[in-house]
Ligand binder design. Structure first.
Ligand code: ZN
Length: 261
């Protein structure tokens, strides 16, 4: 089941709810202020960024996240401060996380509920993981394979600071070899076009090169966007969507790419 979750009319995340033998498992429950509400027995977070996992504590159910970062779910105060420092007023729009009472560690290679395989996939964030629902061949990509917006036919990277290009590409290659038959992106939909993983690998290479070139001549995020619009129509379409989509997703990507270049 897919639940599109909104903040002030903006589609921020799609939460996927799997029913495994009557147990409901929510993947990436979204930010605290997102609606509509969801119901689940367990929560899985691809990573602890607020737009994915911020509402985990509000749900009052066991939450799984990367083993080295679960402390930030049990006590989100430092994470919240960092989120506000990075996102400013957008952080308040998304809402403040509550402490999660039952946090459980994910390790690379774990199998959960006898059905879901865990792949550590750093790069977007050091604690990023992907989930593979083996029975149905579905890979839940988190933010490790870009943002997919079928309404406007766009895929583009989400690379907020501190982005790690080398780890990101390594992670993409690792999951491309699993042989998934379907990809589900929290931003914002699923597709059976699994070649998107390869397309995206070429894309992130090109965006990285653009960032190196722009940084080399002392340019900022606007200069990088101008360059990307020239070389990739995905960038042009994403930028034209405007609003929170631009000020959150596109802007964080530009800043992270430049910082890491
Ligand atoms: Zn993220």
């Amino acid at each position: 089941m897919e639940i599109r979750r909104y903040v002030q009319g903006n589609h921020i995340v799609t939460t996927y709810i799997l029913d495994i033998g009557g147990t409901r498992i929510a993947i990436d429950p979204g930010p605290p202020n997102s609606t509509p509400p969801i119901e689940a027995d367990y929560v899985l977070c691809t990573h602890i960024h607020n737009d994915h996992c911020g509402s985990a504590g509000h749900l009052g159910k066991p939450v799984y996240a990367h083993e080295r970062y679960i402390r930030h779910l049990a006590d989100p105060s430092r994470l919240w401060q960092a989120t506000r420092d990075t996102l400013g007023s957008i952080a308040d729009l998304f809402g403040e996380p509550k402490p999660a009472r039952d946090v459980r560690p994910l390790r690379d290679g774990d199998r959960l509920f006898d059905a879901i395989d865990v792949y550590f996939t750093p790069g977007h964030a050091p604690h990023h993981v992907m989930f593979y629902f083996r029975d149905e061949g579905v890979l839940f990509t988190g933010d490790g394979a870009g943002i997919y917006v079928p309404e406007i036919g766009v895929i583009f990277p989400t690379t907020p600071p501190p982005f790690r290009y080398d780890l990101y590409v390594e992670s993409l290659r690792k999951v491309a070899s699993i042989g998934a038959s379907k990809l589900c992106f929290p931003h914002f939909a699923c597709t059976e076009d699994v070649d998107l993983l390869k397309v995206h690998e070429e894309q992130i290479k090109a965006w990285r090169e653009a960032a190196l070139a722009v940084k080399g001549r002392g340019g900022g995020p606007e200069d990088l966007l101008a360059e990307l619009r020239r070389v990739d129509e995905n960038a042009a379409k994403a930028a034209e969507k405007g609003g929170l989509f631009y000020s959150f997703f596109v802007w964080q990507t530009l800043v992270g790419l430049l910082q890491s270049a």
